[in-house]
Design a protein around this ligand. Structure first.
Ligand code: SAH
Length: 215
């Protein structure tokens, strides 16, 4: 794994592109500048790693488009020290961005291979504060709940009830909801029984599927 001047140059351009597309939070842009996205992709995509596009990561899954990662991260209002639950580890890129913002991240993936690969990579590049779990995101992590923030990086057909219950009071969840196209929602738990929702733009995600893969 090498992070060359060329990679850094391409990364700087990507960060400028994100800024032009409306990402204004300097902490988020800095995290993107710090994190070599090409480490999270197959060597074959080295040249393309800094384009604002999703790419295949195996097991029919994709690493999200950088703009989408930045947009979801911005909606999540991350503060250092927060306890976050991410559903859909995939490559581990989004989890690493949250960790670089100072959060403690627990991330679940239903494909064992992806989960193990992400865990290994994050260890190698020295990202602390991320714990990887192989499991079913529909269940969440009830033993570690409640969470300050919950982030789904796969498209849910409806707002996942079980996960709402794993939010702290005042906690927030960002979740793309819809079948072919997903609307981005931010859910805020305002009391034990009440939740407020805000709706943002449309995105396309791989689906939130029930159960661990292959079982
Ligand atoms: N955050 C990832 C994006 C991965 S795409 C990244 O930064 O690379 C979404 C991921 O959600 C896929 O890897 C998919 O396998 C996973 N997923 C879908 N349904 C799931 C479920 N029920 N539990 C856990 N992970 C799930």
């Amino acid at each position: 794994m090498r992070d060359t001047y060329r990679h850094k140059g391409m990364r700087r351009k990507l960060v400028e592109e994100l800024r032009e597309k409306g990402i204004r939070d300097e902490r988020i842009l800095q995290a993107f500048m710090q994190l070599p996205r090409h480490y999270f992709l197959d060597d074959a995509f080295d040249e393309w790693a800094y384009q604002d596009k999703p790419f295949p990561i195996g097991n029919e899954q994709t690493i999200s488009q950088p703009y989408t990662v930045a947009f979801q991260t911005a909606l999540l209002n991350v503060e250092p020290g927060q306890k976050i639950l991410e559903i859909g580890t995939g490559s581990g890129f989004q989890a690493a961005i949250l960790a670089l913002l100072g959060a403690n991240v627990n991330t679940i993936e239903r494909h064992q291979e992806l989960s193990e690969k992400a865990e290994l990579l994050l260890g190698k590049i020295g990202i602390k504060r991320v714990r990887c779990f192989f499991g079913d995101g529909y269940v969440g992590l009830p033993n570690l709940a409640p969470f300050d923030r919950i982030l789904l990086t796969c498209g849910a057909s409806e707002i996942p009830e079980a996960l709402c219950k794993q939010l702290k009071i005042g906690g927030q969840m960002v979740v793309p909801v819809g079948d072919k196209v997903q609307s981005m929602y931010r859910i805020t738990r305002t009391s034990p029984q009440s939740f407020e929702r805000e709706q943002f733009g449309d995105f396309r995600f791989v689906p939130f599927l029930k159960g661990k893969a292959g079982q």
